[in-house]
Design a protein around this ligand. Structure first.
Ligand SMILES: [Zn+2]
Ligand SMILES: [Zn+2]
Length: 97
């Protein structure tokens, strides 16, 4: 008889965020690829057009309100910062009305 929980193990929380496929360095569309690491946190994102951008922080799908450049997520996934001018936007400020 199987006494384990019928729903399986409770999954660990993984912050899932919307990501962009625009390279934050060269701004080419559909440029971002993902390379899987050993865990969720060691995945990294890179530019397929060879501009050299590679980062373990994924690009965020909202442009910078200051300079319109692409942004990338912070490690906490609670904010994202502009790749160019480093202007930072907190996620809760986006959705707070
Ligand atoms: Zn690029
Ligand atoms: Zn900016």
């Amino acid at each position: 008889m199987d006494l384990r929980c019928p729903f399986g193990r409770v999954p660990r929380f993984k912050p899932s965020v919307p990501t962009s496929t625009t390279c934050p360095k060269c701004l080419k569309l559909n440029a971002v690829g993902v390379r899987a690491g050993r865990s969720f946190y060691t995945r990294f994102w890179f530019c397929k057009h060879g501009c050299g951008w590679a980062c373990w922080r994924p690009p965020a799908p909202w442009p910078c309100p200051k300079c319109k450049w692409a942004k990338i997520w912070a490690a906490s996934r609670l904010s994202f910062a502009c790749f160019k001018c480093e202007h930072r936007v907190r996620l809760d400020s986006l959705f707070a009305i």
